[in-house]
Write a protein that binds this ligand. Structure first.
Ligand code: PLP
Length: 471
């Protein structure tokens, strides 16, 4: 493709994207395609001759759009918000177009320095003290894995002492709540802690970790000759946005010299609102934390903000220094390849910069407050409507509800009713919600926070749920 054609197709594609965003409300939220339908539209072998890009672009509407579940749809209430603002889309275009490689300062100085700037901006936006330094990671899963590797290294010097996995006399243990995201257990297993050393601690009625059970688990482990190593607090669990008692957890961890990592993947964004910051009281004392601006904040996937208190420890654990990566500036600049697992890094900071200057802190605060207010409204409706039940507090934007016809108490029948209810709403295409189980009870999660979602859309999903309920 020559530059003229690139310009022509590029303009056409931006027009196409703008049209797509405008017509989003008229599209089904959840993709209605059946498995294999998209693959069947493609030849089994790659094209021998090139020059067919215009055909592929022309096929987007017919082949791709039906197979997209529209996370930016105003009636998207499933999983968690995963917004991508228009500014973030444009930045990703520039990022790809520049072809920047952000592994070292020298390989793209602008990428490194803008990453330093936006990580400092984000830190201030969520009210974190300047003792934290951050790097962009691809996901919270990677960030949590990195945190647990750092915890392991601080406790043992594991990779540096040369003894490897077999070198520790006392097994190291990791603690998190039973409501922690699956990425925590996965990270602990990948970091070599071993399944028998991962403690998923019970929770209270608000689905937050119970300190008494944590202390009991630690005491049992110590008595059995194990060594407490890391504690992961969830600020905003996936199921219900429950808030673990962080300050008390940090106190417990301090008594045992444990690393404390906070997973605030969704809820970190809420801390842009000063009135929400009580939710992570104690955060100034943790060792590391992650939140995902690629969820509620509007910076498109993938942008996970990972902060540590001791960046020297991070660099010590993560750095590699072969001759071909050394530059004259090493020591005087940040080489972000040493701040995480991958070597090659995209220029992700650009989309944070574009998004933040486009929406501004005040604009974002107004949007987040709108979403919190919408969630409170829905919670109130559920509470006051006979035949409906709310299963968890609503500190943030997620409402966990279920239909309870005629005082039905049989959990198996309630599960069948609510699974069918969610299936009907989702299949109808007007809204998309997540059926999920909470401590053995089937529920429906309504997660509010797509940038386009207004009160009328929340009223509509509530109406759709009631209409789909068996009478
Ligand atoms: N932690 C929590 C609390 C989450 O809700 C999620 C995603 O739902 C994750 C971690 C995983 O995030 P990522 O997809 O960035 O790995």
């Amino acid at each position: 493709m020559d530059d003229r054609e690139f310009r022509r197709l590029g303009h056409a594609l931006v027009d196409w994207l703008a049209d797509h965003r405008e017509r989003l409300p008229s599209l089904p939220v959840m993709s209605p395609v059946v498995p294999g339908a998209i693959r069947a539209r493609f030849p089994a072998s790659p094209p021998a001759e090139g020059g067919r890009l215009a055909d592929a672009i022309a096929a987007l509407d017919d082949v791709v759009v039906p197979g997209i579940t529209n996370w930016n749809h105003p009636a998207f209430f499933a999983y968690f918000p995963s917004n991508v603002s228009a500014a973030s889309i444009l930045a990703d275009l520039v990022c790809a177009g520049l072809g920047a490689q952000a592994m070292s300062w020298q390989t793209s100085p602008a990428a490194t320095e803008i990453e330093e700037v936006v990580m400092a901006w984000l830190r201030q936006m969520v009210g974190l003290p300047p003792v934290f330094s951050g790097a962009v990671q691809d996901t919270a899963s990677t960030s949590t894995l990195t945190a647990l590797l750092l915890a392991r290294e601080r406790t043992t010097g594991f990779s540096q002492n040369g003894a490897g996995l077999q070198g520790e006399a006392a097994p190291l243990t990791v603690y998190a709540s039973e409501q922690a995201h699956s990425s925590v257990e996965k990270a602990a297993l990948l970091a070599g802690f071993g399944r028998e050393n991962v403690r998923l601690v019970g929770t209270d009625e608000a689905h937050a970790l119970r300190i008494d059970l944590l202390e009991r688990a630690i005491a049992e482990d110590v008595a059995a000759g194990r060594r407490p190593c890391a504690l992961v607090a969830a600020i905003g669990t996936t199921a219900t946005t429950a808030l673990d008692p962080l300050a008390a957890m940090v106190d417990v961890a301090a008594r045992h010299g444990m690393w404390v990592h906070v997973d605030a993947a969704l809820a970190g964004t809420a801390m842009v609102l000063p009135e929400c910051r009580w939710m992570w009281a104690g955060i100034e004392r943790v060792d590391s934390l992650v939140f995902n601006p690629h969820k509620w904040m509007g910076i498109g996937l993938d942008f996970s903000a990972f902060y540590v208190r001791d960046p020297e420890h991070l660099v010590r654990v993560m750095s590699t220094n072969p001759s071909y990566l050394r530059t004259a500036h090493d020591g005087a600049v940040t080489n972000f390849r040493d701040w995480g697992i991958p070597l090659g890094r995209r220029f992700r900071a650009l989309k944070a910069w574009f998004h933040l200057v486009d929406e501004g802190v005040l604009g974002m605060q107004a949007r987040l407050r709108r979403d919190l207010e919408n969630a409170r409204w829905l919670a109130g409706e559920v509470d006051r409507t006979p035949g409906w039940e709310r299963l968890a507090p609503v500190p943030l934007q997620t409402v966990c509800l279920r239909h309870v016809p005629d005082g039905e108490r049989d959990e198996a029948r309630l599960a069948a009713v609510n699974l069918e209810l969610a299936r009907r709403v989702n299949a109808g295409g007007r809204a998309y919600v997540t059926p999920s189980a909470l401590k053995g009870r089937q529920m429906i999660r309504v997660s509010i926070g797509a940038m386009a979602t207004e009160r009328k859309d929340v009223e509509a999903v509530w109406a759709a749920l009631r209409e789909a309920a068996p009478r």
